[in-house]
Design a protein around this ligand. Structure first.
Ligand SMILES: *Cc1c(COP(=O)(O)O)cnc(C)c1O
Length: 228
């Protein structure tokens, strides 16, 4: 087994344990392998270990890796980094999902570009700045209703759920209130019927996110090692 395969197995075990501790089915939580800054060869190894969903943060890196790995069957790209509207056209050609829709204007642009590209609907999650941090991306809690409505009316988008990156805390347990906040917001905006997916939890706090109700955890370091 490659080192990356062993690390993926370890992460899957963490997810399964956290799910069963919370009385949830292990397959109710999916693993997004966050591969930013890592070489295409590392993603190849992860794919060989059965991983299909990969998250990238930077558009140029997404474009380059998608080209380098075009031969990998069933690979699905998720955009999880802050996205500028002038890059929407490139992203809709590659990504199956964008987890970082955070404004009405971005939703409008992505929807238009996805429709123009003649592809199937682009899965969209709205990123919420639950910690209200000044320099953090994600829409303000007050703006969430408008962004959700924009995603729903956009022709090329399919509204799927909410995403968040909580403020950094030394103790991962301190992230839990922010995950709970995202769940409250989901419930206040139509519940799981309208927003089935919750993208939250990373290497250090995924157990807490799964306990709170995450359906996607985004894990980089635990799979690919530390980034420089
Ligand atoms: C880098 C990144 C992750 C993965 O973080 P790790 O701590 O390496 O697991 C998850 N989500 C987003 C938005 C990221 O930028």
């Amino acid at each position: 087994m490659s080192e990356i395969a062993a690390r993926i197995a370890g992460v899957r075990q963490r997810i399964a344990r956290a799910a069963s501790a919370a009385g949830r089915a292990p397959d109710s939580v999916r693993l997004l392998a966050v591969s930013k800054t890592k070489p295409a060869g590392a993603l190849r190894e992860a794919h060989a270990a059965g991983q299909r969903d990969f998250g990238e943060n930077y558009v140029q890196e997404l474009v380059d890796k998608a080209a380098a790995l075009a031969d990998l069957e069933g690979i699905c790209w998720h955009m999880i980094g802050h996205l500028q509207r002038n890059k929407a056209r490139q992203v809709v050609k590659i990504a199956s999902a964008v987890h970082t829709v955070d404004s009405v204007r971005l939703a409008d642009e992505l929807g238009k570009r996805a429709a123009d590209a003649g592809r199937g609907p682009l899965t969209a999650l709205v990123e919420v700045n639950v910690g209200g941090e000044a320099q953090k991306s994600g829409c303000a809690i007050d703006a969430l209703g408008d962004v959700l409505a924009a995603v729903e009316r956009a022709p090329g988008l399919r509204l799927s759920g909410l995403m968040t990156v909580p403020p950094h805390t030394e103790d991962p347990a301190d992230a839990r209130p922010f995950f709970d906040r995202l769940v409250e917001l989901r419930d206040a905006h139509g519940g799981a019927a309208r927003l089935p997916e919750l993208s939250m939890g990373m290497t250090h706090d995924l157990e807490h996110a799964v306990a709170a109700g995450a359906t996607w955890v985004r894990v980089g370091t635990a799979i690919f090692g530390e980034r420089d």
